[in-house]
Design a protein around this ligand. Structure first.
Ligand SMILES: [Fe+2]
Length: 260
């Protein structure tokens, strides 16, 4: 079974390459590097309003309240694999709970940004709010979300993340175009009985860009590129919105490691 999974994932890398490579010709950072910043996507006041709405809803344990799902990561059971992001919690379904998020979706600004910068019509599948306490031990290391089909995310820092100590997102530039290195990584994981999407046996943290940003800044990201949380988040609690997007024709499947 594990061997079938290995072959399936290797094929997915190839399929992703032939299906999506036509989109990487635009002269934009998202197309060529794999991620792209959007300065001042929302105002600082709006950031505070969103945080203030959800802050009282943070609890010690995971819960579900109507459409809102709160996951305290330390309770996640990842089966035989190592558990990451123990100091992280996440609200799912916030598009059904908060009018500011509903307004952002209604504006269609995010879909327009992707269309302009990579030429793909995307739909928003899920919106979540991620809350990260400082963590220099269990932060999710370099990985990919999917091998096929490519999914995309739009992130918005609701708190200042302008320094590496504040735990920025990290991304290996141009890794959305890599096939051989990802295939090598999968093989190494297979041999070492590791989770296949993990990439840290092939890629090092030193290769990754730190995607720093101010409060209210957004950035688009191709999630088939190699990315992760910053391994040495020392200061400040980080609040970040995560918009999950996919092509109209691709069936959305919630990603278990939707962190970062
Ligand atoms: Fe990820």
């Amino acid at each position: 079974m594990a061997f079938v999974n290995l072959i399936k994932n290797l094929f997915c890398i190839y399929l992703n390459k032939i299906q999506f490579s036509k989109y990487f010709n635009k002269n934009t950072k998202l197309s060529q590097i794999g991620y792209q910043e959007v300065k001042n996507f929302i105002s600082e006041e709006m950031c505070d309003e969103i945080i203030n709405y959800f802050k009282p809803l943070e609890k010690e344990k995971s819960y579900k309240n109507n459409d809102l799902i709160y996951i305290k990561r330390k309770q996640l059971n990842m089966g035989k694999y190592k558990v990451y992001d123990l100091n992280t919690s996440q609200f799912f379904g916030i598009q059904r709970n908060n009018f500011l998020i509903q307004k952002l979706i209604k504006d269609k600004k995010i879909e327009k940004l992707f269309l302009e910068n990579i030429g793909i019509n995307l739909k928003i599948d899920e919106v979540s709010l991620m809350v990260n306490d400082p963590d220099n031990i269990t932060r999710q290391p370099l990985h990919v979300d999917t091998f096929y089909p490519t999914n995309f995310k739009f992130f918005v820092y609701l708190t200042d993340c302008s320094k590496k100590d504040y735990g920025p997102y990290t991304y290996v530039k141009k890794s959305h175009l890599h096939t051989i290195r990802k295939a090598k990584s999968i093989l190494k994981n297979f041999i070492n009985r590791r989770h296949l999407p993990q990439m840290e046996l092939e890629y090092s943290n030193d290769e990754a860009d730190l995607v720093v940003g101010g409060k209210g800044d957004g950035f688009m990201s191709n999630m088939s590129g190699v990315h992760g949380g910053y391994h040495d988040h020392k200061e400040k609690k980080r609040y970040m919105l995560v918009f999950q997007l996919s092509r109209e024709q691709d069936k959305y499947s919630p990603v278990s490691d939707s962190i970062n």
